[in-house]
Design a protein around this ligand. Structure first.
Ligand code: LMR
Length: 403
């Protein structure tokens, strides 16, 4: 059965992590995969997570099965985190939330659910979008098309082009939107643009599908929820996949959620039964540990405060690094304005380099980044920022090694 198989190339993002790990160059920098790193280059377990884990160890009385929907407590708390308490109350039985194996599991569960109830549905994704959106949604059977999004010349959003394209979507079509901290470009919709998207969805009847993987890493937990809350408030239907990988630092614990909002409690109940049967057919039920940790934190005011404090530190560090990188690049006398990096949000920005230039950074300087020239800002620190800026400058100027 396996004799005729051909090996596949490494994953464009995860492959970088592996290549960086085995690179012996002491100057190597990992700007590839989107994980938070502190000043020492570590991805720490958050303080509130450690405390919650200690409590769980002490108090958890059983490891029996939960259900395909996961923990009801986690689902209620995460729905409030994403949508806010008031809106959750207003939506009442028009909303259901399922605990999922990370954001990826949530995206795939949503895609398989849609494929089950409306096979071959069209989903419009931003150009560019996160590389893994394509297999997660497409391999479930959804028809993926793109809408213009990032303006590589002016480092903004091609909003008119985006609206012109998504205005062709109608009832039964989905439009994937990044809730905040757009991955890979870091350029987010502003409030007026979210309002225009909401009005268009209302008028044309397509269903927005929001991927909210970075809530709290852009402007703040509340601020980063602006778009998702606006759409949840104003539209009859919405799909939201949220992740706890980044804002709780729970990457390997696979902790996320799928929230579906429909026009009636009856429709939500029907959707919930379909989602439960889809989850049962894929993985039966989601892993518990990360969700239990999140529930412990969100339900306890002291742990919650501690978590928010650390998340604020994370966000501020990323924003400070954005400014510091612009200063450092400006010192190199490169004939380019990198000021846009300071305006963008979350972990990622494009450097604006060609694939060849990216390969030069990887192979000559041991600086690992995605081919699109997406960098994870959180991989920068005070000991590598100068080397990074010099290497980028040398690559842009002549491709000669920087000293
Ligand atoms: C990323 O974009 O680097 C992260 O979301 C991690 C991943 O799984 O790709």
């Amino acid at each position: 059965m396996f004799d005729s198989l051909n090996p596949l190339p490494a994953d464009p993002i995860l492959g970088l992590m592996a290549a960086h790990r085995v690179d012996p160059n002491p100057k190597k920098i990992d700007l590839g995969v989107g994980v938070y790193k502190d000043e020492q280059g570590n991805t720490p377990v958050m303080r509130a997570v450690k405390s919650a884990e200690a409590r769980l160890l002490q108090n958890q009385a059983s490891k029996t099965y939960v259900s395909p929907a996961g923990s009801a407590t986690f689902n209620a708390l995460v729905a409030s985190l994403v949508l806010g308490d008031t809106l959750c109350q207003t939506l009442g039985e028009r909303r259901v939330t399922f605990q999922t194996p990370g954001g990826c599991g949530g995206l795939r569960l949503a895609a398989e659910f849609i494929q089950k109830v409306k096979p071959g549905s069209k989903i419009l994704v931003s150009d560019p979008t996160w590389a893994n959106h394509i297999p997660l949604l497409g391999e479930a059977g959804l028809q993926i098309e793109t809408y213009p999004y990032y303006d590589y010349q002016n480092h903004g959003i091609r909003f008119d082009d985006m609206m012109a394209r998504i205005s062709k979507a109608g009832p039964g079509d989905l439009v994937l939107l990044h809730g905040c901290c757009h991955n890979p470009c870091g350029a987010d919709l502003d409030h007026a643009q979210w309002q225009a998207v909401a009005a268009l969805a209302q008028k044309n009847g397509f269903t927005p599908f929001i991927d909210l993987a970075y809530q709290g890493l852009g402007d703040g937990l509340e601020q980063d929820g602006y778009g998702v809350r606006l759409l949840a408030e104003t539209l009859p239907e919405l799909i939201v996949v949220s992740s706890c990988s980044k804002n709780f630092g729970l990457y390997r614990e696979r902790t996320g959620a799928l929230t579906v909002i429909a026009d009636s409690a009856r429709a939500v109940q029907a959707a919930a039964s379909q989602i439960a049967s889809t989850a049962r057919g894929m993985y039966s039920m989601p892993p518990d540990h990360g969700a239990s940790v999140v529930a412990e934190i969100l339900a306890d005011s002291e742990l919650n405060r501690e978590w928010e404090r650390e998340l604020t530190e994370v966000r501020q560090r990323i924003n400070n690094l954005r400014s510091a990188l612009v200063v450092e690049l400006n010192k190199q006398g490169i004939d380019r304005d990198f000021g846009f990096i300071e305006q963008e949000k979350g972990m990622f920005s494009f450097l604006g380099l060609s694939v060849d230039q990216v390969q030069t950074l990887i192979h000559q300087y041991s600086i690992y980044l995605v081919d699109s020239s997406r960098i994870n800002i959180a991989g920068i620190n005070s000991s590598n920022i100068e080397y990074l800026a010099r290497s980028i400058a040398a690559t842009l100027k002549s491709g000669q090694p920087a000293s």
